[in-house]
Design a protein around this ligand. Sequence first.
Ligand code: MRU
Length: 366
Amino acid sequence: MKVAGKTYRSIWLDQQTPLVHVIDQTVLPFRFDIRTLNTVDETAEAIATMVVRGAPLIGVTAACGLYLACHADPSDSNLRQACQRLLDARPTAVNLRWALDRMLPTLLEAPTGSRTAAARTLAQQLCDEDVATNSAIGEHGLELIKEHAHRSSATPVNILTHCNAGWLATVDWGTALSPVFKAHDAGIPIHVWVDETRPRNQGASLTAWELGAHGVPHTVIADNAGGHLMQHQQVDLCIVGSDRTTRTGDVCNKIGTYLKALAAHDNDIPFYAALPSSTIDWSVRDGILEIPIEERSAEEVTHINGIDHQNRMTRVRLSPNDSPAANPAFDVTPRRFMTGIITERGIARASEASLLDLFPEQRASL
Ligand code: MRU
């Protein structure tokens, strides 16, 4: 995607040196900063502190981190240790494990002397695959948006999204926002309701920034506003991302997604998750019982970041100093509230049979 006329991906390998560059997502939309990752420890730290975030992106970032670890020391023990360090950075998105599973066995089979080159090739391959996958998700989602397009071109399709499942959450295109970008590019009038997504405000800061940069009409809303808008026919369609989807179609995504799905169900509004197959955890059946939910710092709830009237980044407290706060970062939307799952191979119903129809090669592993 373009930023001030220049094309960017959210992560890229340096052409000359063993370094990885990322867009720092903790300072957007106020600053556009590039950060350089030198080591696996810096990579794990960037994932944990959400300099990079979004399930597909943290998977690819982990792959790049393993490449940096390999360059430092390609021994079996170092690679295994590096994988554990990266896996521990964030527990919910399964893409982290998926990416390392794609890398580690191949690297361990290679002679030590050729491991760094192999790791670089594999990491680059995962980056490129992610872009192609998300573009395909966008094409399938575009067909869905076309079905909802109104007869009158003056009336936009109103789409509600939660958190940021845009290009910043992937290498490029995004998942939930990929169909939105494609619909806008195809001249279909759309308007996006952007949930602010407390406590970290990925909607207000990142999704709004992405949509604005691409010229997509949008409105930021408080998280609590979605149900009201749905009751008043102001939402045609909800599309969200996912951090882990069970093989039965339960969707784990940013905290608050479940409440939107309940409201959509009550108002007969289609509710879709858009996700690459790397987000499907084929080993898990029951999302509520089996998916580990990340518990983040209480300070993310009690404090908020922004800029003051002099454009200085600032942080303020919202609640009494001694009030405890809880911060579960994700929730699970049971499959019965999902209208469908948009993948790179097409749109499945939220059921094991329908997901397996799209990904029949997974039958062997069940
Ligand atoms: O905590 P975050 O910002 O990493 O959470 C991100 C989300 O919940 C996204 O919706 C999800 O990762 C899908 S991103 C394409």
